[in-house]
Design a binder for this molecule. Structure first.
Ligand SMILES: [Zn+2]
Length: 387
């Protein structure tokens, strides 16, 4: 059990023990910072709970095989996630292997497929009311994407054209979940469906569980209080403090911790099984370089136009900037270098970025404050560029 999960041994040891002794309650919560493998752990729990044989990671029972491809029919995935960035990072890595004519590692291929199904499974029909606009809009797209993946996303024949098509379609589908908050209709549909298959184990995983409509929270609360037989809830959140106390008191918490640099390296090596392809590995770092570059450009434009920082960036995007502040500063310097700003102003901006980076690196200054300050500063010195 949990052999595939690198690091997080505190939580996996505890979970292994709880599952072996049969003391894991039907409702649990996994909380911790972004990119600490919370969903991977939740999916492994789901696999173990529904395994038909010995629960080992190598098990090939029908249930485990379905989980391997995220196609298990009684696994339900809800809530938001950084789908687009994640899928893009994987697909770009595959593209790089194609471009350099290197064999695509099977584990990378496998993980890419899973990242796509993490998105597709959000649109399972049981999770939506029939007249929900997001569901209606996505129906045909989901069918097309599913076909595309099963017919053309095959390691021996994959090519750039197919990847491009997947990028477009997954991008369109992910867009359907923009500003999405789990609503009562979804919880109602799901619980209703679950009631009809009560004799089988059903695992419900909710990501970003702190972002739910109040009515949805209350509906879950009721179920957590009197769980249906064989129903398991795994709530995932980065913001434990934003969860309702009444929910917190009904779930057993498990805490993930940030990876060390050494662990991050091991994760990349495991995905590639090839440590000398460092460049390719860097493409799979949790943040996609292309994406953070585009955020940087957006940042610069919004500062020059003196727009509000908080209105320009979504919560997830600003978190990405804070979390990858060092990379952000590097890209920022490039963007400023290439910008239309007068030379003298470029120089001042670059000096300010250097200072911010120094403050972050040497004095552990808060990247959120530094980012905000940088935005204000650029806005103030480029003021007359707007006129
Ligand atoms: Zn199994």
């Amino acid at each position: 059990m949990f052999e595939g999960i690198i690091s997080q041994s505190n939580i996996t040891t505890q979970l292994t023990q709880d599952i072996a002794e049969g003391t894991m309650p039907p409702s649990i919560m996994i909380f911790g910072e972004a990119y600490t493998g919370k969903l991977s752990i939740a999916l492994e729990i789901a696999r173990i709970l529904t395994c038909l044989q010995d629960k080992s990671s190598q098990c090939c029972c029908t249930s485990c095989l379905q989980h391997a491809n995220l196609l298990h029919p009684r696994l339900f995935l809800l809530g938001g996630r950084y789908f687009k960035q994640e899928i893009l990072a994987y697909l770009h890595a595959i593209q790089a292997f194609i471009q350099y004519k290197k064999p695509i590692p099977i584990s990378l291929f496998h993980d890419t497929k899973r990242s796509i199904y993490k998105l597709i499974r959000r649109f399972d029909s049981y999770l939506w009311e029939n007249d929900d606009i997001r569901y209606k809009n996505s129906k045909n797209l989901v069918i097309a994407l599913h076909e595309l993946i099963s017919e053309k996303f095959i390691i021996e024949i994959i090519n750039d054209t197919v990847i491009q098509e997947i990028i477009e379609k997954t991008g369109d589908l992910a867009k359907e979940l923009d500003n999405y908050v789990l609503n009562i209709g979804q919880i109602r549909s799901l619980l209703q469906y679950c009631g009809t298959i009560a004799q089988e184990k059903r695992i419900i995983i909710i990501e970003q569980a702190h972002l739910m409509q109040d009515a949805a929270k209350n509906a879950i609360l009721k179920t957590l209080e009197e769980p249906q037989k064989n129903l398991h809830f795994i709530l995932i959140t980065t913001k434990r403090e934003a969860m309702m106390q009444t929910i917190l008191s009904r779930v057993r918490p498990y805490h993930t911790v940030r990876y060390t640099l050494e662990e991050e390296k091991r994760i990349l090596e495991k995905k590639f099984r090839n440590s000398h392809l460092q460049y390719l590995a860097s493409l799979l770092s949790p943040v996609d370089p292309v994406y953070i570059t585009s955020l940087t450009q957006q940042f610069l434009m919004s500062a020059i136009k003196a727009e509000s920082f908080y209105m320009t960036f979504s919560e997830e995007d600003s978190q990405l900037i804070y979390q990858y502040f060092a990379q952000f500063c590097t890209y920022m310097q490039q963007s400023i270098g290439k910008s239309q700003l007068p030379h003298a102003k470029k120089k001042i901006c670059l000096r300010y970025i250097q200072q911010a980076f120094f403050g972050y690196q040497e004095y552990h200054q808060n990247p959120e404050i530094l980012t905000y300050g940088l935005h204000q500063y650029i806005a103030s010195i480029t003021k007359d560029e707007n006129d």
